[in-house]
Design a protein around this ligand. Structure first.
Ligand code: HEM
Length: 132
């Protein structure tokens, strides 16, 4: 049995997700990509938010491994126009920030690892985004 995208991604995330600095660097990048995005987090407890995101990315990874989409559907609701009102076009900036932070922190990062991430988490991101 070959190594699947979800195996590559699971291992890549395992090399990064226990380092708090990974999430600090992610949010620095993500907020730096747009003033509108920075403004969404002005009142946010970022220490708490980093823990929530650690889990959120894990949900995307688990979804790629065939887990139920219940948690992602809940994120779709909280991020929708009835919730945080997260515009669909902002998910591209989110993914760019994630991939660039993975490139910075995952010592085994490569074009193959990047492609595996893109393919594996795209359906989960679309599920959240399309709930808008
Ligand atoms: C809250 C994950 C994309 C802005 C959260 C939470 C999680 C999460 C787990 C906390 C739980 C909740 O409140 O429902 C994700 C994932 C994303 C994503 C996995 C990508 C698929 C985005 C994008 C934006 C954004 C693109 C902004 C452009 C926010 C805001 C909050 C939040 C403003 C609430 C912060 C607060 O409580 O003050 N996100 N998110 N998220 N997210 Fe996301």
């Amino acid at each position: 049995m070959g190594t699947t995208d979800s195996d590559i991604v699971f291992q890549s995330y395992g090399r990064c997700c226990n380092n708090e600095q990974f999430f600090v660097d992610f949010y620095d990048r993500f907020m730096g990509s747009s003033d509108e995005i920075r403004a969404l987090f002005v009142d946010t407890d970022m220490k708490q938010q980093r823990h929530l995101l650690r889990n959120g990315i894990m949900q995307l990874v688990l979804h790629a491994r065939g887990m139920s989409d219940t948690k992602l559907r809940a994120l779709g609701q909280s991020h929708s126009r009835n919730g945080y009102n997260i515009r669909p076009q902002w998910y591209r900036l989110w993914l760019d920030a994630l991939l660039n932070t993975l490139r910075q922190h995952d010592r085994e990062f490569s074009d193959e690892v990047e492609s595996a991430w893109r393919r594996a988490i795209q359906p989960g991101i679309e599920l959240i985004r399309d709930a808008y």
